[in-house]
Design a protein around this ligand. Structure first.
Ligand SMILES: Cc1cc2nc3c(=O)[nH]c(=O)nc-3n(C[C@H](O)[C@H](O)[C@H](O)COP(=O)(O)OP(=O)(O)OC[C@H]3O[C@@H](n4cnc5c(N)ncnc54)[C@H](O)[C@@H]3O)c2cc1C
Length: 406
């Protein structure tokens, strides 16, 4: 029988894990091909540290070359079209047939739909923007600091709250205590709504104890040079503004007819299968229903992309090998919330539990901050080891993966 081809689109969190696990499980039994437009993998959870100059770009990205040494065919190109029926993906330079397809193309940003966003707002949602915001931070000498979310859904429910807390800690440390005021705005009704009202209200109270004020259930419609304006006619003044840009599925995905009215690819929650045979969608690009959840859809987060990638890679391997037992994704995940200085909080649970997600919150501590450092180390090293033996030797931080994932 001819070798089957598994095509993974996107070499971010989900695609990196899926292609690596597929190669590990299948070896030479299948062609594993990864198409990614960037030459490097980037680690977004460290982008807020980039903003504060606590990391340099080289410390939060890694070349994808080691994947080639493992036998994965890494194609460094832009996906321009996906034909599910024709089982063919086109890039700018080539055409790639597939037997199995894993779409892990993440989310794109569309700041242009909010007038004034590109000109006035800063954000940490991509590496270049996080670095670019350093200049504005250095120029801030007190006054109004606005931090917020422009639209739902957005990736990493904790990231904008983390941004506000980190900036608060940073400016206090720069001697600006009492000289600035932070207002946080969001279309959400509370922080971290997918984690439920107890964790949401607890986070709100914690941030209020740091002097941060909230404006909930507002939709950002325009940004002038000194005000963020909302659909209900209200506004917040700012001297420095950080806002999460609006998200959408990548154009190649929506053009392929893979998305539904949510704007994202609908999948079965435990298998991540789309409606098309042998086509899977994982991570931010997927729309994952959580019928027993506090919110209707699973939040977009790397920890879910990771867990989903493991399940999908394993199940495709079982199909191709014709042996083994398939697994189900159970909605387990966790997230650190850096609160400033050497402290972090931790949210962990199972988002598919019934009658409601079973999620616990751990108060900020220094111990959790050190775990957060290990979490970064794991991502910057584990998947880039030369072979499985080296991966195994890398295992001192493997326990952390289990702590975070299970
Ligand atoms: C500031 C910040 C902090 C975060 N912190 C956390 C955290 O602490 N914990 C957590 O779990 N999650 C966190 N996240 C969210 C996490 O990064 C994402 O949920 C995760 O990266 C999603 O993985 P993915 O594989 O779906 O998409 P991505 O990791 O975004 O990967 C998608 C890849 O597809 C590529 N791509 C897109 N379109 C094309 C195309 N047409 N052709 C070729 N390649 C293409 C992109 O270049 C990208 O590499 C954070 C995100 C941000 C922005």
């Amino acid at each position: 029988m001819a070798k089957q081809t598994v095509l993974v689109l996107g070499g971010g969190v989900g695609g990196l894990v899926a292609s690596s696990m597929l190669k590990n499980e299948l070896g030479d039994r299948a062609e594993v091909r990864l198409i990614e437009r960037k030459k490097e993998f980037q680690f977004p959870p460290s982008f807020p540290w980039l903003m504060l100059g606590l990391r340099e770009p080289t410390q939060v990205q890694k070349t994808l070359d080691p994947l080639r040494r493992k036998g994965i065919d890494v194609v460094n190109d832009e996906v321009v079209s996906i034909s599910v029926d024709g089982k063919l993906v086109k890039t700018r330079a080539g055409e790639f047939p597939f037997d199995y397809l894993v779409v892990a193309l993440g989310a794109e940003y569309q700041p242009e739909i909010i007038p004034g966003f590109k000109e006035h707002a800063h954000h940490v949602y991509d590496l270049d923007s996080a670095v670019a915001s350093r200049k504005a931070i250095a120029g801030f000498s007190g006054g109004d600091l606005a931090v917020g979310v422009s639209r739902m859904p957005f990736k990493c429910p904790a990231a904008p709250y983390e941004t506000a807390l980190l900036l608060d800690h940073y400016f206090r440390g720069k001697g600006l205590k009492g000289k600035f005021r932070i207002r946080f705005f969001t279309p959400e009704g509370m922080p971290l709504p997918s984690a439920g009202p107890d964790i949401g209200n607890g986070t709100k109270q914690f941030m209020e104890s740091r002097g941060i004020e909230f404006k909930f259930k507002v939709k950002l419609t325009a940004i002038t040079p000194n005000e963020a304006k909302f659909e209900d006619g209200s506004s917040v003044p700012y001297d420095l503004l950080f806002a999460v840009p609006p998200h959408r599925a990548p154009k190649a995905v929506s053009d392929a007819g893979l998305t539904d009215q949510s704007g994202w690819i609908p999948v079965e929650p435990t298998t991540l299968m789309t409606k098309q045979e042998n086509v899977y969608a994982i991570g931010d690009v997927a729309s994952v229903p959580t019928p027993s959840g506090f919110v209707p859809l699973l939040p977009k987060a790397g920890v879910f992309a990771h867990g989903q990638a493991e399940v999908v890679a394993h199940n495709i391997s079982v199909d191709i090998k014709g042996s083994g037992t398939k697994r189900e994704f159970d909605g387990s995940g966790s997230c650190f919330l850096m609160t400033g200085g050497e402290e972090a909080a931790f949210v962990k649970g199972t988002w598919y539990s019934k009658p409601h997600p079973d999620i616990k919150f751990q108060q900020p501590s220094r111990a959790l901050y050190y775990e957060r450092l290990l979490f970064e180390k794991y991502w910057m090293h584990h998947w880039f080891q030369r072979n499985r033996l080296m991966e195994a030797l890398d295992s001192p931080v493997e326990w952390l993966h289990h702590r975070i994932q299970h």
